[in-house]
Unconditional design. Sequence first.
Length: 212
Amino acid sequence: MGTVRGMAAPPTVDRLRTYAMEHVAYEVAALVDQVQRLAAVRDDVLANALLESSLTHIRVLDDFFRYEAERLPPACMDCGYQSPNPTNDDVTARHYLATWDVTDPEHRVLTSGLRKRLNAQLPHLALRRTGNEPWSIGPLAIRTCKIVLAFVGQLRAADADRAAWFDKATLRAVELTRPGPALTAVNTLVASTTSFSSAPTVSRFLPQPPTR
């Protein structure tokens, strides 16, 4: 069955499997790789690109895990989740796990304030941009990975076969949540974009106290 004008067809099980194994896995892997590279790079152009790309992956994954009235996904054929908004074809965590609590602040990467700031800084050339304020990109990446693991843990308890679709994402998310060189490199990483004007710029990397 095709789509009706203005309506998105519900995702099939095969499409949900592909989305998890390829697209979600890519977002997590790209975030983990890029934030680690950002911690080591000293080239301003590359650092800007890595910071903005990392923030974009965080925003995409935050969209996946959060539930907002204006961004409801269509119905899933077999997961028991039905949305009143059939025009949006976003796939979210609720397509895989209908009991995922999208109202739980612990299931959201970004606060409302950070989402507004990120939306102004990245996809829009908005007047509400806040300037060269630094981002706690390391802690945000770590929080994202912890939410990935929390989601997969809940999904595994409900449907182990479906949880296996996220094995690639889980493997990469673990890198930023367990003690090791990757976690050490990004644990306190704070970065801001470097201006290309002649004006003084904020340092890209600011020292932060170690987390307990």
